[in-house]
Write a protein that binds this ligand. Sequence first.
Ligand SMILES: Cc1cc2nc3c(=O)[nH]c(=O)nc-3n(C[C@H](O)[C@H](O)[C@H](O)COP(=O)(O)O)c2cc1C
Ligand code: SF4
Length: 456
Amino acid sequence: MPYEPVLLARVNKPGSHALDGYRADGGYATFEKALKDLKPEALTAQVKDSGLRGRGGAGFPTGLKWTFLPKDHPGPVYLCVNADESEPCTYNNRVLMEKDPHQVLEGVLLTCHAIKSQKAFFYIRYEYGDAFRAVQGAVDELYAAKLLGPNVLGSGKTFDVVVHRGAGAYICGEETGLIESLEGKRAWPRIKPPFPAVEGAFRKPTIVNNVETLACVTQIVKRGKEWFQSLGVPPDPKNPRDAGSYGPKLYTLAGHVNKPVCVELPMGVTCRELVEVHGGGVWKGRKAKAVNPGGLSMGYLDVDAPLKGGADGQTEYDIPLDFNGPGRVGCLGLGTAAVTVIDDQTSMVDVLHNTCQFFAHESCGQCTPCREGTGWMLKIVDRMRRGQGRKEDLDILVDVADRIGIMPGTTICGLADGAGWPVKTAIRKFRAEFEAAIRSGERSKYAKSLAMAGAH
Ligand SMILES: Cc1cc2nc3c(=O)[nH]c(=O)nc-3n(C[C@H](O)[C@H](O)[C@H](O)COP(=O)(O)O)c2cc1C
Ligand code: SF4
């Protein structure tokens, strides 16, 4: 039986963004009931037991994160909604905010109740004008309906939501960069610990959660943790650190695919099924060569490489898109589940150049390994695509990529890991193509077209 969407169930309805339609569909009844019947601790336990893991990229267990708040803190405690969504090719938060903002805001109210917070900051990517207007409109409706403000639903509790327009940089999505930016400063990530749950916005305990995570909270409290666990993938017994990948997931498709859409499926659909069935296949009748399984910073999988430990004939294209799958083929993780397809006519040198340009531009510059490393990688790949690559360049690139990031312990935040992963996976998996490009001494395909246009 085809899967019936839950998170996207309302997005194609006329006026799906408005409060009256949301309430007609049963909206805010879950919050009303929870506010009356559920103590914050019980609500937190429900979310923790559901197995929900954050949808913002790291997959951290949501309920567990909420328990990190200091007990009996005099307050205030804050919720920051991370709607910065700047990972290339990721747009599931945008769809939720533009089309069904109240589903997210109900999750915000439930989370505020669970973490004993009176105030949420909704931090929206600067470029998302329509989403900003939709969320601000929905918040205004909630104040008018007295679902926000003092004494909500006669509970004696106050809930406020402040909508904040982001500062227009990728690093504003890193949770402590977001907090700095919210406080009116440059979005320079903070050294951790202390983590935001202990010392976050305005130096107060703060929970940062992604938009899709909060929409899941609404559905878990409405439908129950058993419903959530009935979807997705249980923990991998071969990986003791895997906490399972439960629930529905919004996957976004982009790149050389026929239908670049946002689809909702139970966690664990294979990359092949997602692209070939839900994305309508690779465009122009071509074949896929490489795929980013979860946003640019997760690295590349090689569509033709045999899948280690997989069935006969399976390739990396057959990995399940759950929290555990992409790591099995050397990628960083599921990330934002933004799947970008690269067709077989595209030069990996050009792909890597584009990738390096992004990270070198977005590095905030605080840590030398990231600031200089992303710049060096860009310069080397730029030289390569102009036909001036050197034999030793590939090893230098992998070496730089291996040394920058929080994993090797040389940077403050994960942007540098995300900059390194596409470089090392592209070179390790498509080395022959890079070597041939260096040997030929020719400009890459895209560099040639730029040169012909007189732009290079
Ligand atoms: C460079 C960088 C950019 C990030 N951008 C986003 C983003 O745009 N949206 C997001 O939700 N998380 C982003 N994250 C992850 C956040 O730091 C944080 O883990 C997340 O918001 C937590 O929410 P969740 O637990 O609901 O996933 C980013 C992390 C890094 C290192
Ligand atoms: S790793 Fe890069 S983006 Fe992150 S704080 Fe350091 S310089 Fe800034």
